[in-house]
Design a protein around this ligand. Structure first.
Ligand SMILES: [Cu+2]
Length: 369
């Protein structure tokens, strides 16, 4: 059985795992001392600015983030000096990664079998969410977390989801990638009335096809999905033999509204690093719930891409930069065959590094010997 760690290097209370942090700094320290010339990420800066809901792309603060001008002007932080002063800023934030923040998304969603269906409960709430240290924004959330909790089902299983709306606004849930009957597709005024504040609405469908899918709001979606109402719906194949073998199962979800540019609900340096032991095979499930494309670039190792939107590819392919468009899911295996701290970031540079250094969609894959 694969080891399932959807949110790496986190403790149950939502704070970043100190062990992982020690591991990172230990690895870096050892390499630096060993003279291996490791150019660790220029990890610095705080990319995300507080952004109220809704956050359309014409929001000047968001525009500043997206164009890379975010750092000094939009955040109010002083423009760093060039030369040695600039290096000091980089070094300070490098050592802050992974920075602690409150709140952790992608927790396992409990279920129970009721009347022959696997039953889940989702509660829609408006919460405060800490994206980067001190950057607390208004969020829309499922079960108090961003992204929402992980729903795991098996192909062919009957699924029942009871959605309780505690928002001030109406909502609805769409099962992105699932071949459901039309009436449970989750689009207000096409397939159902909106779920009003205070109401509970029940969806029931048979899980198919298998693969990496998503659930998200389909009502006032720019604000609600952008604000955090999204989560993974992972459908295991009835025949596990159709999946490649893997030791760890990881989610990598892009979003680009809530508090800026995020991976799994956090912006650098508060993103969680992924960890692996030398030789392990890691399954990455890339998802884009934002409004912009985000090419995921992994340094040093190879992505072996085997599925798109849950569907197995006729021929897997290898790459190091995988473009993930809004709504898409891509599955890839990474064989952790080279130890080190490998930068892992969106390669639209304005989503990852500004004049104050790294921010937003940056994390690392730490392979320990
Ligand atoms: Cu990007």
């Amino acid at each position: 059985m694969p080891e399932v760690t959807a949110t790496p290097a986190r403790e149950p209370d939502g704070r970043t795992d100190r062990i992982a942090r020690r591991t990172l700094l230990g690895v870096v320290g050892a390499w630096t001392a060993g003279g291996l010339g490791v150019a660790l990420l220029g990890l610095t800066g705080r990319g995300a600015t507080a952004a109220a809901i809704p956050v359309p792309t014409h929001d000047p603060r968001l525009h500043a983030i997206l164009t890379g001008a975010a750092s000094p002007a939009a955040t109010g932080t002083p423009r760093p000096a060039t030369g040695a002063g600039h290096d000091q800023v980089h070094e300070a934030v490098t050592k802050a990664f992974p920075a602690k923040t409150q709140g952790q998304g992608l927790q396992a969603l409990p279920s129970s079998i009721v009347n022959g269906a696997r039953q889940f409960d989702l509660v829609c709430e408006q919460i405060k969410w800490e994206v980067t240290p001190g950057n607390v924004v208004d969020a829309y959330a499922y079960n108090g977390q961003v992204p929402g909790p992980i729903m795991r089902v098996t192909e062919g299983e009957r699924v029942r989801v009871r959605v309780t709306n505690k928002l001030d606004d109406s909502t609805a849930v769409h099962w992105h990638g699932q071949r459901v009957k039309n009436e449970v597709d989750g689009v207000p005024f096409i397939t159902q009335p909106p779920i009003k504040p205070g109401e509970t609405y029940t969806y029931e469908f048979t899980a198919r096809p298998f693969g990496s899918h998503m659930y998200h709001s389909h009502h006032n979606a720019t604000a609600q999905v952008g604000g955090g109402m999204l989560g993974p719906l992972l459908v295991a194949p009835k025949d596990p033999g159709v999946d490649p073998r893997y030791d760890k199962d990881e989610l990598f979800i892009f979003n680009d509204s809530l508090g800026g540019l995020t991976i799994n609900g956090k912006g650098f340096p508060a993103t969680a690093p992924y960890t692996a032991k030398l030789g392990q095979r890691i399954r990455f499930r890339f998802m884009n719930e934002g409004q912009l494309i985000h090419p995921a670039h992994l340094h040093g190792l190879t992505l072996e891409v085997f599925a798109r939107d849950g569907y197995p590819l006729p021929q897997p392919f290898r790459c190091d930069t995988l473009n993930v468009a809004p709504g898409e899911r891509w599955d890839a295996i990474v064989v952790a065959d080279e130890p080190g701290v490998w930068a892992f970031h969106c390669h639209i540079l304005g989503h990852a590094e500004g004049s104050a250094g790294m921010f937003g969609m940056v994390t690392a894959l730490i392979v320990s010997a």
